[in-house]
Design a protein around this ligand. Structure first.
Ligand code: ATP
Ligand code: MG
Length: 251
């Protein structure tokens, strides 16, 4: 499933070393994963979790290792962020993001999976949760980091759902609060995986990925359009985020 595309493979730009400035939004040390909300209950799409000896799970371990080779080890207090992007709807971004995060969490460290697809969020369903509070509510100032849930049966993995669908999703991810939230989360997690909106739905994915160290492209052979992929690659380039690999998600 994993297809490295050597011409596109390049090291991610160096992670930003901005120091974190405490603000009103930072009122949560120790609050992560201790919310009253129920823990996320992973469902059957999480192959890497339920069928760890399957070929599919092995492919996610290979993907995880190749990403590590490209990105190196995260610096202490500065978690690495990878955005899972794709040009069209339904190519499997959420599936890949969720299984990759599971695979990372199985290796150890603190891993966070974020549903940053505020237009068509789906990760809450993969993990058996209501949309409820999540990223959109945090960016709107209606929720805080207690929206991050632990995942039952895999304590290293945490999930931040998209939250209630906002009226203006693009505007929300463009807000400076998004970059601020990401800086905060980097302090608390060693690896963060961002699920994103299909690029055909707007520039949201490139803006979200602009806060990541690297982008992983999900494509489907015989379906993904090369011109759409090139447009997405250009948008990512403008956002300053390198595409470090592509997954040919044939299924
Ligand atoms: N490798 C795979 N093997 C089996 N099923 C898959 C695979 N990849 C994706 N699917 C299934 O295809 C459907 C679409 O996948 P997914 O929701 O991950 O795509 P998406 O790109 O995130 O879509 P959207 O544009 O709605 O965000 C889901 O039902 C998912 O379980
Ligand atoms: Mg999706």
């Amino acid at each position: 499933m994993l297809k490295s595309t050597p011409r596109e493979l390049q090291l991610a730009r160096p992670a930003s070393r901005d120091t974190f400035e405490p603000t009103a939004i930072d009122k949560l040390d120790g609050a992560l994963a201790v919310a009253d909300e129920p823990a996320a209950e992973p469902g059957p799409e999480l192959r890497a979790l339920f069928n760890p000896f399957s070929a599919g799970a092995e492919q996610f371990r290979v993907l995880r290792s190749r990403l590590s080779l490209h990105m190196g080890a995260p610096a202490a207090g500065h978690g690495q962020v990878v955005a899972v992007v794709g040009a069209e709807r339904g190519v499997g971004r959420s599936f890949v993001a969720a299984n990759l995060a599971v695979s990372m969490a199985q290796r150890g460290g603190r891993v966070l999976l974020v549903d940053a697809d505020l237009r068509h969020p789906r990760l809450h369903r993969l993990f058996g949760l209501r949309a409820a509070d999540g990223l959109a509510s945090m960016l709107d100032g209606r929720a805080d980091y207690r929206s991050v849930r632990a995942v039952a049966s895999l304590p290293a993995l945490h999930l931040l759902t998209a939250g209630a669908p906002p009226a203006h999703p693009l505007e929300l991810v463009e807000r400076p609060e998004f970059a601020l939230v990401m800086r905060q989360l980097r302090l608390r997690f060693s690896h963060i995986v961002l699920d994103t909106t299909a690029a055909c739905d707007g520039p949201d994915a490139a803006i979200v990925a602009g806060n990541a160290d690297a982008a992983l492209l999900v494509v489907q052979r015989h379906r993904s359009s090369m011109s759409a992929l090139h447009r997405l690659q250009q948008a990512l380039h403008l956002a300053g985020t390198a595409v470090v690999g592509a997954v040919d998600n044939a299924h």
